[in-house]
Design a protein around this ligand. Structure first.
Ligand SMILES: [Zn+2]
Ligand SMILES: [Zn+2]
Length: 104
């Protein structure tokens, strides 16, 4: 499922991805597949690539959490609604949830 928070995570450029990463068989950030199972993989959704194909990206929990924490820090420092009340910001809420869900 595509969420606002997923759009805030810094994805690597599509050119640099392996075939396995492009179809979600390996983590989009570290390229490992051992950590990706149906229950632990984080679904990052479909992304159109520059060459007209569609990428199905997935990532392992530890990579996702690192990116989500970075994105949350950056977001909450620059998002005015979050500074006032973070429960009123969809992106802020989703990032908080993502960090919590990826905690081991
Ligand atoms: Zn990973
Ligand atoms: Zn916000």
């Amino acid at each position: 499922m595509q969420t606002v928070a997923m759009d805030l995570l810094p994805l690597p450029p599509a050119d640099g991805l392996t075939a396995e990463q492009r179809r979600g068989a390996a983590c989009v950030w570290d390229g490992r597949h051992s950590a990706l199972t149906a229950t632990t993989a984080i679904d990052l959704g479909e992304h159109p690539a520059g060459d007209g194909t569609t990428l199905f990206l997935r990532a392992c929990k530890s990579c996702t959490q690192r990116r989500a924490m970075d994105a949350l820090q950056h977001h909450s420092a620059t998002c005015e609604p979050c500074l006032i009340d973070h429960t009123q910001c969809q992106a802020g809420l989703e990032l908080v949830r993502l960090v919590r869900d990826t905690r081991r």
